[in-house]
Design a protein around this ligand. Structure first.
Ligand SMILES: *[C@@H]1O[C@H](CO)[C@@H](O)[C@H](O)[C@H]1NC(C)=O
Ligand SMILES: *[C@@H]1O[C@H](CO)[C@@H](O)[C@H](O)[C@H]1NC(C)=O
Ligand SMILES: *[C@@H]1O[C@H](CO)[C@@H](O)[C@H](O)[C@H]1NC(C)=O
Ligand SMILES: *[C@@H]1O[C@H](CO)[C@@H](O)[C@H](O)[C@H]1NC(C)=O
Ligand SMILES: *[C@@H]1O[C@H](CO)[C@@H](O)[C@H](O)[C@H]1NC(C)=O
Ligand SMILES: *[C@@H]1O[C@H](CO)[C@@H](O)[C@H](O)[C@H]1NC(C)=O
Ligand SMILES: *[C@@H]1O[C@H](CO)[C@@H](O)[C@H](O)[C@H]1NC(C)=O
Ligand SMILES: *[C@@H]1O[C@H](CO)[C@@H](O)[C@H](O)[C@H]1NC(C)=O
Length: 798
């Protein structure tokens, strides 16, 4: 630990672990990075377990034999950009695992060799060797894949020593090149050869030899100050044994005629893919397409990127036609400040054309261009203005992909568009399109990018784009999500950065197929209308891209800056209909409950009974003891018809006497004195009883009532307010059943001052309670005699 800290003062340590066996200390990767620290010597206290050591960009000028002894696990050593002048490979003799050694960009003149059998990457480029630093020992490094070299002289004998190695990359980083022996490079066996030339060198020989050497050839720094072989000799130069299929030229600065000669030369070699990057060309244009021999080539793709002119007058037709007459598969001329492009007036076989980052205008389509095989056209970042012109051109092709982004394109309503049926992806982003663009879209379009235009609505009369799957309409001025009535198969919609306040329901209703929706960064108004949109996210988990951080309320001001996710809009407060329904329901519930009780439990009956009970209680309380003094012996005298006797004995008596056996009941059949007349008995017992209960039924009216009618007419006991009489209506008695002379009964029945025997069982409890209350009075004063009497009467019966 102490050790690591002391190094940390200088170099940063990075411990990384590899794979599953990371627990073993030997497997651990330790990077010690001492890059750019103005070191003059290799630090003495390196961590012994270091596997990668970066000493680049320092001031090292000498390595000592013991410098790397301590770091025996070293695999990667980077010493580039120092000032080392001498290298003795024996310095690394204890670093048996060294695989990667970079000593490029130093001042090496000599290398003392020693075999490092495990080395895969050895970089000695950009040093100042006189001759290539190659010796037998390199030849014995059978694992070598990358070899970087430099030297003022290149000769066959050097490469011969490594001819048997199968390298993947040979890199020649040359600071000076004073002599090149022709035929040296092809001795190498490598997949890729990259040569960085010193300035002012005749690249021509190297180009020719390079093409014979590797499959991929890259050459950097090609400039026209080099001595060029005359055109006449070059014309007839046919390269035998060329191997290269991919040729990359980088940082090219040539006269036009020299550039054209390179094209002509490469045209007849094995190169299929030719990329020229960062080209500057100048001079006069003497040679053009008419002198170009287009025959006999395997070329398929030409890319020219980042082109600068150093000439003021450009004979456009000569230059453009040179390329368009090539009639290859793929042609790219991008970032070349081209104002125009010309095509021969016969059908060409281009399939892929890329003229991105130029200054092409509508002029391009003024002449008929015949490209029947064209599949991809990229006109990104130009100055085109009229979409219908592009469509007319496209209709004569079999275009599938069209990139018109970053132009000045518009569509005017009165222009007619006709796209080919084949067109499926179109990039119209960053143009000046308004709503009318929807009238000029290919019918089979699948992916459409309208990002960053001036669209305000998706018009209703848009043609049905039944294949459209992806629509990017971000950064426009839309005020609502478009519905999918015109895009029935839409699955990806990007509509961020528009002016959507509250998306309408139409989207969630019509866009069932949409799997991905990006509607973030809109100025949402967080009111009730937004609720279904927030719910849309809840029910379609993961559908909304950028949820929840990109979905922020803009209005109302008190919610500004809040995330939609955190807004709570309750169902009740937002839904007017629901609110009304809720209020109505709340008000209806008691009503319905009351109605239900009335219908199902016969509430009015209960109320009536309760009323009676309350009145009775009131009366009982008012009954003075004095009233009772009138020789009362029974609580109640019961009169009934013989037909109803079973009810009286099975229902009435058990219930009246149930709770309290002190209730004394007088029955005419058991208490009447048979020696006296009925009338006499009636009078006697009514007067001895606190209350008289009549069990009314048609039978009773027929057989018994006559006695009472007589009694009532003679005695004034019965009057309007009489409390002594309780009528129980056992069965309904229609008025016509009451014989004509029974005025009292009729009057009673009409006044409805009777207790009705309830048919429903559950009502009986209240009935009895009511009845008991009516007869409940303390008659203890007279009780003794009554009890005695009742007892004797009962024993008599037995
Ligand atoms: C060391 O650090 C420099 C920047 O300080 C970085 O560019 C370099 O890649 C690092 N080296 C390694 C081996 O990580
Ligand atoms: C080295 O460090 C200096 C300043 O510390 C910085 O300006 C320079 O770019 C660095 N060089 C490299 C190659 O990292
Ligand atoms: C170059 O190496 C490859 C294997 O990487 C081998 O097949 C080929 O024959 C070699 N070419 C020559 C010319 O030795
Ligand atoms: C070519 O030039 C462009 C800009 O002009 C630059 O970004 C790019 O790095 C250059 N490429 C090479 C390989 O030099
Ligand atoms: C032409 O370009 C297209 C698209 O970049 C690519 O897929 C195709 O392979 C290229 N064809 C050739 C022959 O390079
Ligand atoms: C577009 O091309 C189709 C056939 O590819 C043709 O029927 C149609 O007339 C063309 N439209 C125009 C306006 O040229
Ligand atoms: C359309 O072009 C722009 C740039 O011009 C690019 O950023 C975007 O990804 C392209 N869209 C599609 C769908 O490829
Ligand atoms: C568009 O087409 C209609 C008929 O389809 C034609 O009458 C009209 O002139 C055309 N407009 C233009 C600008 O070509």
């Amino acid at each position: 630990m102490r050790l690591i800290r002391s190094i940390n003062i200088f170099c940063s340590l990075v411990i990384s672990v590899n794979g599953w066996s990371s627990k073993l200390p030997e497997e651990r990767e330790l990077t010690t990075n001492c890059s750019n620290m103005s070191l003059r010597n290799v630090p003495a206290d390196l961590t012994p377990t270091t596997t990668t050591l970066d000493l680049s960009y320092n001031l090292l000028f000498q390595l000592h034999s013991s410098d790397f002894h301590s770091v025996s696990k070293l695999k990667v050593l980077i010493l580039c950009h120092n000032r080392i002048q001498q290298l003795n490979i024996k310095t690394f003799e204890f670093n048996k695992e060294l695989r990667y050694l970079d000593v490029s960009h130093n001042r090496l003149k000599t290398v003392t060799w020693y075999s490092l059998a495990n080395l895969r990457h050895l970089d000695l480029s950009f040093n100042v060797f006189d001759t290539m630093p190659i010796c037998e020992e390199i030849g014995s490094m059978s694992h070598l894949e990358f070899l970087g070299l430099s030297g003022a002289k290149i000769q066959k004998s050097d490469f011969q020593k490594i001819a048997h190695l199968h390298l993947s990359t040979v890199f020649l980083g040359l600071r000076i090149l004073s002599h090149y022996e022709e035929g040296s490079l092809p001795i190498l066996n490598t997949t890729k050869l990259h040569i960085v030339l010193p300035i002012n060198i005749n690249f021509w020989v190297l180009l020719r030899d390079g093409l014979k050497t590797s499959e991929i050839l890259e050459m950097t720094n090609i400039d026209s100050k080099s001595q060029f072989v005359s055109y006449e000799t070059q014309q007839n130069l046919i390269l035998e044994n060329a191997r290269t299929s991919i040729l990359l030229l980088n940082k090219v600065d040539l006269l036009w005629d020299d550039l054209l000669l390179i094209f002509q030369f490469v045209w007849h070699t094995s190169v299929e893919y030719f990329l020229i990057q960062n080209v500057t060309f100048g001079g006069k244009v003497y040679l053009d397409h008419s002198t170009f021999d287009y025959s006999n080539t395997v070329m398929r793709t030409i890319n020219l990127e980042h082109v600068h002119f150093r000439i003021f007058y450009i004979p456009q037709d000569k230059i453009y036609l040179l390329f368009t007459k090539m009639n290859i598969e793929n042609l790219t001329i991008s970032d070349a400040q081209m104002p125009h492009m010309l095509f021969p007036n016969y059908p060409m076989s281009f399939r892929y054309l890329n003229f991105a980052n130029n200054i092409l205008t509508d002029e391009l389509f003024k002449n008929t261009i015949q490209l029947p095989h064209l599949k991809t056209l990229i006109l990104k970042d130009n100055k085109l203005e009229t979409l219908s012109l592009v469509s007319c051109f496209a209709n004569r092709t079999s275009l599938k992909h069209l990139d018109l982004s970053q132009n000045l394109l518009q569509h005017k309503n009165d222009n007619n568009c006709s796209w080919p049926e084949t067109l499926i992806t179109m990039n119209l982003s960053s143009n000046k399109f308004a709503d009318s663009v929807f009238k000029c879209l290919p019918r089979n379009i699948q992916i459409l990018d309208l990002n960053n235009n001036q669209i305000q609505t998706v018009p209703k009369e848009t043609t049905h784009l039944k294949s459209l799957q992806e629509l990017n309409i971000a950064s426009n001025f839309l005020a609502d999500l478009p519905g999918c009535s015109h895009f029935s198969r839409l699955s990806v919609l990007n509509i961020e950065m528009n002016l959507i306040l509250s998306p309408s329901l139409d989207f969630s209703q019509s866009c069932q197929e949409v799997k991905t929706l990006n509607a973030g960064k809109n100025p949402f108004r967080c009111t009730c209308e937004l609720r279904h949109f927030i719910q849309l996210e809840k029910y379609s988990q993961g559908m909304m891209v950028g949820w929840s951080d990109s979905y922020i309320c803009e209005y109302p001001l008190n919610l500004k800056g809040m995330r939609l996710k955190d807004i709570h809009l309750s169902e009740l407060s937002c839904n007017t209909a629901l609110l009304i329904v809720t209020i109505v329901v709340i008000m209806l519930v008691p009503g319905v409950a009351v109605a239900f009780c009335c219908l199902h439990f016969d509430l009015p009956w209960y109320l009536r009974m309760l009323g009676q009970w309350a009145r009775t209680q009131h009366r009982v309380r008012k009954t003075t003891q004095a009233q009772l003094k009138r020789n009362v012996e029974f609580h109640a005298f019961i009169s009934y018809s013989e037909h109803d006797s079973s009810w009286v004995k099975n229902e009435l008596l058990p219930n009246l006497e149930k709770e309290d056996d002190s209730v004394l009941i007088c029955l005419h059949e058991r208490n009447f004195d048979h020696g006296k007349s009925i009338s006499e008995n009636i009078i006697r017992f009514i007067e001895k009883s606190y209350k008289s209960i009549f069990v009314l039924s048609p039978n009773f009216v027929q057989s018994e009532w006559c006695h009472y009618e007589l009694y009532f007419s003679h005695h004034n006991l019965f009057h309007e307010n009489s409390n002594h009489i309780i009528l129980i209506l056992l069965e309904p008695i229609p008025l016509y059943c009451i014989p004509p002379g029974y005025h009292r009964l009729k009057a009673l029945m009409e006044r409805k001052s009777y207790m009705e025997w309830p048919k429903e069982r559950h009502k009986c409890g209240l009935f009895w309670a009511n009845l008991r209350a009516a007869i409940n009075v303390n008659i203890s004063d007279t009780r003794e005699t009554c009890e005695l009497q009742t007892f004797t009467e009962l024993t008599e019966e037995d």
